[in-house]
Write a protein that binds this ligand. Sequence first.
Ligand code: 13P
Length: 246
Amino acid sequence: MPKTIVAGNWKMNLTSRDALTLVKILDNTIESKKVTIVLIPSFTLLPAVASVIPSRFSLGAQNMHFSAKGAFTGEVNASQLQDVGCSYVIVGHSERRHVFGESDGMVNKKVLAALAADLIPILCVGETAEEKDTVDAVLKRQVETGLASVTKSQMKKVVIAYEPVWAIGTGNTATPAEADSAHGVIRKIVSSVYDVKTAESVSILYGGSVKADNCKELFKQKNIDGALIGGASLDAEEFSSIVADA
Ligand code: 13P
């Protein structure tokens, strides 16, 4: 799989009919073979999308519970995601952390459960507007705790997404230099926990108001290996154009 990843987090949008139309258009418009493409719809859309998704795209889920099974009303586990064809799962998205109260400890349990089920976790980290002055410390805590007990060999199957909370859905994307600097900090943290080789091979995606008209400069940065796209992933033309630039 190419290290460059463009993933579309559709969040809580679309019905199955819209989703099928979107996949069809993306299949017709995306040509690049240099990029790993991951489509990440709501749980209810997963079977419909799985039934039409071309094999050159991967399927992911937006969240999962860390337990293998049990009395957890409203939750979905890793093997259920595997069962419907997912190979990726977003873990610790800022909307989960800040709207639904997920802690670093819960996020870590999810990363471990995803890896145990052979799903690739996309571990999301990023500071809020209030934490901007302490971004390095926030990233250190989120990355180190999120990856606790993850082995060096398991790191080959981990993707990290830097999503500054203040940039999500606001139109205020981080500047390419700001994003690259945060990605560099994340790579250093991975290097100090594991080693340089692991840090160099991990894909670190940028997320937060990425659009067709701002992605080129972001993708030029040394430490940016792709993007996790929210709003623009619902627009086939925008998403295809971002993939073409990656
Ligand atoms: P936007 O691209 O809508 O800012 O969302 C980013 C995001 O949260 C992706 O996970």
